[in-house]
Design a protein around this ligand. Structure first.
Ligand SMILES: *Cc1c(COP(=O)(O)O)cnc(C)c1O
Length: 369
């Protein structure tokens, strides 16, 4: 078998090798059932215990209190842009949203189809290279909910401290940083995350909702779009994406074995600091993101020499076994996504490659000028 490469893709992204190997070993005959996990009823005892593990591991890792429920829903993180306002809107109370880039803009578009929404902060003027400061009066105004995206996958910004609206539940799209660090779940009304960045394969979205908010959903909502359908059926209202749930059970088990969220947070900061420090000391590369707002998951960087060199960087790094370093098509540049499962060795290999690339092309630049 050919060698696995270092995968810097923003998502679907690297999964823990241990989890992949375990899935491979159990693939044809899962727990002596004589079939694979994909071939068995989602209402079987065997699968129910897998579901219980996935959910139980999430509760343990995130220390999810009894006040909150864990749901598994399909439709990706993008469906939550609609489900959140459909279920949580209130008559005569607009929603609030902090605009930190593409994902909150897409959410805003869907929220506005359901209810009025005030943008109470935006960093559009810097092309989202920092997080906006929000006026506390606006933050604390009476609202149906306040919507944020804690880690902005495309721009490489990440909240280190979350806004704490006093008069509305906080809703967070944590698709690209859930399980990367400890969280105080009690501060959130609802958290959602598509699994494919930091938790598992695409096809499952984790929703953690404060139980008291379940009362808000109107009965006329289509059942598949009503959080209560999932909450009242242990997410088994219809056929759950069984393989995805199984993979989540394995990646969360891996995380627990790694020492949980404090430990992974430490490792994530080390990896990110290593890369940012290298970029900052170089005059060939630079990071356009404001230092205090930089993400530990998605490291966005540029080359001073311009776009042609960035293109070359992408193709040469791919040849060197470092894949997925092209920035998002909407912002260009370069991006290294280094989620939980991305090994430190991958970051070290990237830095070595960056040094070599700089040595070759920085000289050329000097010689040409
Ligand atoms: C990737 C991503 C999404 C979109 O996820 P889908 O599952 O493809 O809908 C939404 N929000 C954030 C922050 C993301 O990183």
């Amino acid at each position: 078998m050919s060698k696995r490469i270092f995968n810097f893709s923003a998502g679907p992204a690297t999964l823990p090798l241990e989890a992949l190997k375990e899935a491979q070993a159990d693939f044809l005959n899962f727990q002596n059932s004589g079939m694979s996990i994909m071939e068995m009823s989602h209402r079987s005892k065997v699968f129910e215990s897998v579901l219980a593990q996935a959910k139980g591991n999430l509760i343990k890792l995130l220390n999810i209190p009894d006040t909150h429920e864990v749901l598994f829903i399909q439709g990706g993180a993008s469906l939550q842009f609609s489900m959140v306002p459909m279920n949580l809107k209130l008559e005569n109370k607009p929603a609030s949203l902090i605009n930190t880039g593409s994902w909150t803009k897409k959410a805003l578009k869907e929220i506005q189809k359901e209810t009025t929404c005030n943008v109470i902060g935006t960093s559009q003027d810097t092309n989202f290279m920092n997080l906006p400061t929000v006026d506390s009066e606006l933050l604390n105004q009476d609202a149906a909910f306040t919507y944020i995206c804690p880690n902005n996958t495309i721009y490489g910004t990440q909240y280190k401290q979350f806004p704490e609206p006093l008069n509305s539940p906080l809703i967070a799209d944590m698709s690209s940083d859930i399980l990367s660090r400890p969280l105080d779940i009690s501060k959130f009304g609802l958290i959602f995350a598509g699994a494919q960045k930091n938790v598992g394969p695409s096809g499952v979205t984790i929703v953690i909702i404060k139980k008291s908010l379940l009362d808000r959903s109107a009965e006329q909502l289509p059942s598949m779009l009503n959080y209560n359908s999932y909450a009242s059926s242990n997410s088994l209202y219809n056929t759950i994406p069984t393989f995805g749930i199984y993979m989540i059970s394995l990646t969360t088990k891996w995380l627990l074995n790694e020492g949980g969220l404090d430990s992974i947070n430490e490792k994530n900061s080390q990896k990110a600091t290593m890369l940012y420090d290298f970029i900052d000391q170089s005059d060939f590369y630079y990071c356009p993101v404001k230092a205090q707002d930089r993400s530990s998951m998605n490291v966005v960087f540029r080359i001073n020499g311009g776009e042609e060199l960035e293109k070359l960087f992408v193709s040469e790094s791919t040849k060197a076994g470092l894949d997925g370093l092209k920035g998002h098509r909407s912002v260009g540049g370069l991006r290294a996504s280094i989620y939980n499962a991305h090994p430190k060795e991958g970051v070290e290999a990237l830095i070595s490659f960056m040094k070599e690339f700089e040595n070759v092309h920085n000289k050329n630049l000097v010689a040409a000028s």
